[in-house]
Design a protein around this ligand. Structure first.
Ligand SMILES: NC(=O)c1ccc[n+]([C@@H]2O[C@H](COP(=O)([O-])OP(=O)(O)OC[C@H]3O[C@@H](n4cnc5c(N)ncnc54)[C@H](O)[C@@H]3O)[C@@H](O)[C@H]2O)c1
Ligand SMILES: O=C(O)C(=O)C[C@@H](O)[C@H](O)[C@H](O)COP(=O)(O)O
Ligand SMILES: [Zn+2]
Length: 373
């Protein structure tokens, strides 16, 4: 039954291409799927303190049944784990387990674990095999696909990292049953993002069917698979973000600055929430620049409100730095080129484009308005 309901999305990257398997019961098949692609490997499983008690035993049992010996590495949960300190801990433990270059690092967790474990896999012995077992909605629709890995610093989000494609992504949708509502909702922001970038019919589908996506069942699997197809297409045509891939950054230029401004404190703002606010701001800013209709910005805001996501800067609890400090974080964004700011802006729902040379003065006055200053 489980096999019949598995969707496969291919990431077409030539010899580094891989499958994303999406569906029920995949954790139990993980060992067999990995052994089929990487025969004879040993594994390190990087996971976090929330995921380990819920899903690690099943993953280890599945690996052992396929003859794969596994060393678990359990890190604290949350964005602050994406740091040099925990990267070092993961690297040390992979080396202490004496894993070889041809062995595999498995990330079993949300995007934090995926980004950190992928970075470790990319640098230990100059590159080990890497497999993603995403357990949050966000990780299943976005972070497990495409090979961006890395950590945060006080200067900004994801400023240190490498591209390291996984050999396989196993998205078992059953594990989402243990995810908190807040984290599910945050991941949903990245689902809506694909509609807003260039799939207006998908956004309209979500407007009609978001309740079913939240409830689980076929609409959820369909939304995850559509998101993976959307991301896989972009990654296949621009793996290293020399062009189009930057579209996947919709909402992130503002969102990442807000995450850095809150000190990566997940009690105030998690990544998906930052993306939700960032997408609302990107649509408002586009309307302000006369690129898009204010009605489209209002439509995006209305959807975020409907699903219960934050959409205004003022939805973030606690004090925020002033507009100049926020602009300082935006100026550290990796899309900046020769000092010029780059944003993903829009001409309407599903009509995003890469806007280079966005005037800092416009961004500053926009931020001042939205900070209430
Ligand atoms: N590499 C990329 O392309 C990419 C894309 C999007 C986001 N990201 C990164 O991903 C991170 C956000 O990922 P996230 O939202 O998954 O955050 P996360 O990894 O912090 O996971 C969210 C929370 O849910 C918990 N959790 C995860 N799976 C669970 C489960 N099945 N049951 C119970 N609890 C579970 C985690 O322990 C954590 O507390 C950010 O650092 C962001 O920058 C990377
Ligand atoms: O895969 C991509 O490309 C993305 O931009 C996906 C984003 O959702 C993700 O948050 C990514 O980590 C942001 O990348 P960054 O290059 O802005 O750090
Ligand atoms: Zn993101």
């Amino acid at each position: 039954m489980a096999a019949e309901r598995t969707e496969t999305v291919k990431v077409a990257l030539g010899e580094r291409g891989y499958d994303i398997l999406i569906g029920h019961g995949l954790l139990a098949r993980a060992g067999a799927e990995i052994a089929a692609r990487l025969p004879g490997v040993r594994a390190a499983i990087v996971t976090d303190e929330n995921v380990a008690p819920r899903h690690l035993p099943a993953l280890i049992a599945s690996l052992e049944a396929a003859g794969i010996a596994a060393t678990p590495i359990v890190l604290p949960a949350g964005e602050k784990t994406k740091s040099f300190a925990f990267l070092q801990e993961a690297v040390d433990k992979i080396l202490a387990a004496r894993l070889e270059r041809g062995d595999v690092v498995i990330a079993a967790g949300g995007g934090v674990i995926g980004d950190l474990a992928g970075f470790a896999a990319g640098i230990v012995r100059r590159g080990m095999n890497f497999v993603q077992v995403p357990t949050s909605l966000l990780a299943q629709v976005d972070s497990s696909v495409g090979g961006k890995t890395g950590i945060n610093t006080a200067h900004g989000k994801n400023l240190v990292g490498v591209f390291q494609q996984p050999r396989l992504v196993l998205a078992d949708t059953d594990v989402l049953d243990t995810l908190s509502e807040r984290e599910f909702r945050a991941g949903y922001a990245e689902v809506a993002k694909y509609g807003l970038i260039d799939r207006p019919e998908f956004f309209a589908f979500l407007e009609r069917n978001w309740r079913e996506v939240f409830a689980g069942g076929p609409a959820r699997v369909a939304a995850i698979a559509e998101s993976c197809r959307a991301k896989a297409e972009v990654v296949a045509r621009d793996e290293f973000e020399t062009g189009d891939r930057a579209l996947l950054n919709l909402g992130h230029t503002f969102g990442h600055a807000l995450e850095a401004a809150t000190g990566y404190d997940g009690s105030r703002l998690v990544h998906g929430e930052g993306v939700a606010i960032g997408m609302a701001l990107a649509h408002r800013f586009s309307a302000r620049m006369n690129l898009a209709s204010p009605d489209d910005a209002a439509r995006v805001e209305a959807h975020l409100v409907a699903v219960g996501l934050p959409w205004r800067v003022s939805d973030i609890p606690g004090e925020l730095p002033d507009a100049e400090r926020l602009l300082g974080y935006i100026a550290q964004d990796k899309k900046v080129s020769r000092g010029a700011l780059t944003f993903i802006l829009t001409r309407g729902i599903g009509r995003c484009f890469i806007a280079r040379d966005v005037p800092a003065s416009e961004v500053l006055s926009f931020l001042r308005e939205h900070l209430g200053g």
